[in-house]
Write a protein that binds this ligand. Structure first.
Ligand SMILES: Cc1cc2nc3c(=O)[nH]c(=O)nc-3n(C[C@H](O)[C@H](O)[C@H](O)COP(=O)(O)O)c2cc1C
Length: 153
């Protein structure tokens, strides 16, 4: 059984919904156990025994939020079992993939033992509070399926 932890931050709920849809996708594959946590309520030490970590953030000012940046930095101080990571973001404007690229860079600098499971996911929302733009939600479930397949391979 592969254990996956999904940690996210959200101000208006959209990034949380993305996280939940990713889990739905992963659950379609057997052999994946998941746990989800808001970054504000998750102690990085909870993640030590997991095989893979998914990290999601809304795009604030062209990058991930501070809580997610600090969380990544703390992962770098732990003796993780996990070898695998991937990231996702939500954005409102022209900032496609900007937050995920910054998260990837930070992970490669602070937690270099983690390797990307899949390319990251960037999901558009309509306006600051959302909702998620039409056609974007199915991508989340597909992303989850791809992660599960990759982890089982
Ligand atoms: C303080 C703040 C700054 C933001 N800056 C950007 C930005 O630079 N680029 C962008 O595309 N969206 C920006 N947004 C829109 C967020 O990406 C959007 O609110 C978020 O994806 C919604 O996700 P959530 O419901 O999980 O909070 C910003 C939102 C807030 C509240």
């Amino acid at each position: 059984m592969m254990k996956v932890f999904i940690v996210y931050d959200t101000k208006y709920g959209n990034t949380k919904l993305v996280a939940e849809k990713i889990i739905e996708g992963m659950k379609e594959a057997e052999g994946i156990e998941t746990e989800i946590g808001d970054v504000e309520e998750t102690n990085p030490e909870q993640i030590i025994g997991f095989d893979a970590i998914l990290i999601g953030s809304p795009n604030h000012f062209g990058g991930p939020v501070g809580g997610i940046k600090r969380f990544i930095d703390k992962l770098g101080e732990l003796d993780l079992v996990a070898k695998w990571v991937t990231v996702f973001d939500t954005y409102e404007g022209e900032d496609f993939e900007k937050a995920v690229k910054k998260m990837e860079k930070r992970i490669s600098e602070k937690v270099p033992e983690l390797k990307l499971i899949t390319p990251s996911l960037s999901i558009k929302v309509d306006g600051t509070k959302g909702p998620i733009t039409d056609g974007e939600l199915p991508k989340c479930k597909e992303f989850g399926k791809k992660i599960a397949d990759q982890l089982k391979a």
